[in-house]
Every structure is written in structure tokens, then in C-alpha cells.
Design a binder for this molecule. Structure first.
Ligand code: 5GP
Length: 126
């Protein structure tokens, strides 16, 4: 399986500092920032700094250090935004992937969405 990464995608430009972002958390391999069109009071995008198209690409080819750093960043973001399960009310984590997953930006990102009740996850198939 080979994945093709487009370095002109909008999140690559954010990582290069070419367009601004509202950073929530940053670590060696990971950046988290507020979604420009939030779907709920909390809507943060967590992205690896490396050039990965999708979650499956990331999980296949990222280094152990990148995967560990990204995973720990999820907890940091949930703590910072107050949606973590030990003190908050929870959240939804979404990784839209590819055409069927309706992924708009081809740089792997995890949506952390919360601050309100999210409703059921997906519509049932007809
Ligand atoms: P996707 O549909 O690919 O899972 O989600 C892409 C997300 O990126 C959308 O929720 C959209 O609002 C967000 N987004 C698109 N362009 C920008 C941008 O320039 N800055 C930020 N912060 N978010 C963006």
C-alpha cells in the first residue's frame, strides 16, 4: 500500500507557519488547534507534524515516538479543554478518512468535539 501526501494541503501550510492557527497544545511530533468552523463549544483538531494522509497511513508508517506523542496529546487536549472523563462530560473523537469517510483535508487529523451532548454518532443505513 502506498500513500501519496499532498504538501500543499491546508494543514501542511499551518505546520509550516504559512497560515495562522489557534494552538491549543504542541509537542515534539504533534500540534492541536481549534477548528476554524467549530461544530460544538470544544472542537480541536489534533494532527501529527509528519506527512501522513490518514489514520491508517499514520498507524502503518509513523514511528513509535510519533504514535506515542500523538496518543498522549489526546489526553492533554482533553484536559486543557475540560472534556476529559475524570472531570468533564466526555467528547467525541472522529477521524474522517478518505472519500467514504468524507475527509476534506488530506493530512491526518483527529477531531475532538465536546462541550455539549453530541447525539447519536452516525445515521443508520437505509
Ligand atoms: P475533515 O472533513 O477533513 O475531517 O475536517 C477538516 C476540518 O478542518 C473541518 O472541520 C474544517 O472546519 C477545518 N478547517 C479547514 N480549514 C481550516 C483552517 O484553515 N484552519 C482551521 N483551524 N481549521 C480548518
Amino acid at each position: 500500500m502506498s500513500y501519496t501526501y499532498d504538501p500543499e494541503n491546508i494543514f501542511a501550510k499551518i505546520l509550516r507557519g504559512e497560515i495562522p492557527n489557534a494552538t491549543v497544545f504542541e509537542s515534539e511530533h504533534t500540534l492541536a488547534f481549534n477548528d476554524i468552523a467549530p461544530a460544538a463549544p470544544t472542537h480541536v483538531l489534533i494532527i501529527p507534524k509528519g506527512p501522513y494522509v490518514s489514520y491508517d497511513h499514520f498507524s502503518a508508517e509513523a514511528s513509535d515516538a510519533e504514535i506515542l506523542d500523538f496518543t498522549r496529546a489526546i489526553n492533554e487536549v482533553c484536559k486543557i479543554t475540560g472534556v476529559n472523563m475524570d472531570v468533564g462530560n466526555g467528547f467525541r473523537a472522529i477521524a474522517n478518512t478518505g472519500r467514504d469517510g468524507v475527509q476534506d483535508v488530506p493530512h491526518f487529523h483527529l477531531h475532538i468535539i465536546g462541550g455539549r451532548h453530541m447525539g447519536r454518532m452516525v445515521q443508520k443505513a437505509d
